[in-house]
Design a protein around this ligand. Sequence first.
Ligand SMILES: Cc1ncc(COP(=O)(O)O)c(C=O)c1O
Length: 408
Amino acid sequence: MYRHIEESQTLLINTQSQVLEAQKKEIIKFGFGQSPFLPPEFVIDSLTKATYHKEYSSVQGDAQLRENISKFHEKHNGLVIKPENILIAPGSKILLFSILMAFEKADVLIPAPAWVSYEPQTKLAGHNSIHLATKYEERWRVTSATIREATKRKEHKTTIMILNYPGNPDGLTYTEQELIEIAKVAREMDILVISDEIYGLLTYSGDHHSFAKYYPEKTITTTGLSKWCGAGGWRLGVAMLYDTVAPEFKKALIGIASETYSCAPTPVQIAARTAYKDFELIKSYLTYQNEILYKIGIFCTEKLNASNIKVHEPQGGFYIFPDFSTHKEALAKKGILTSIQLCEQLLKDTGVAILPATAFGFEEKYLAARLAFVDFETPGIGKEFDLNRDCPKVVSGIQKICDWITAM
Ligand SMILES: Cc1ncc(COP(=O)(O)O)c(C=O)c1O
């Protein structure tokens, strides 16, 4: 009678951690991917001043904000999107869902690993989901060969593919050449690409290439304030459509918005005008975050690799996706055969919370997990960052994982 839909596994691990915390156990929260950084002060000021704006905004979003976003992204990496093709919503999650809902029936190609919500959203929208398998050895990248192979399992006329980089859960990005290759096959097969670039501005090298530059005719880019601006709870997402978007498609998106969320909160849109006002003003804030995240990411991967836990150095965002398979036999002896058992036992034994690979599209016996290295206090912009002083929980959490696996 009811739809089968479980609570997001990201939130579930948080609940389990809270239960242990209530028993006064120290929990190191590597499970939930929330930015540890505060939004820039001038953006917070702008929100404070805008609270008296109690009116609804237009469904598509504040016109000044869309104008600012358009200029901001052009300055950031040369992505040119007209303000009239930008949609604002309470978070990019609902925009991703609205895009999927705008189609009657589609095949949706979803990489594995991929963010936890793509698959449930695809199913809720009544589409057919097709996994794009990737490998550790290929840095979890989708290749043109995988896409071609997957499209053999198509059931419908419309094909949508979701890309996400820098990635959640892997922290990895694509090279320009890899994007060109993917764009080639997408064009050949007439695939609508949703490029989830919510972590794009948190590319540590500062060199983020938007997929829409290589496939401008059919890419929708999604982003927002949640990650680069540390404002997940403010709920402001952005979708950037392509120039040649069919008017009926845009009408459907605005129709879905008007019948569901109505608009993003008006005060937040006004604060977002400030956040997106000038890319130059934001540059030092981004560099500050990226330098810290890079240092922590390298620390975590070096330590884990030294304990024979395979993991790639992250290139952006705040996640890594360690693979514990080299310890498979030792883990099996302790009755740990699945990634869920791995995470549950680790949490019980050490208080370290990570998320099992099953949440990211893997079969249950694949012994990997996502680790979000965000359990730390930020030192504040302009202040020197010291890993041991500022991130004691990250340092001890990683050490606990290494000790736990070594003792197996
Ligand atoms: C890959 C990815 N896409 C989209 C989102 C949704 O972000 P929001 O709805 O806050 O814009 C998240 C949040 O965790 C994410 O990790």
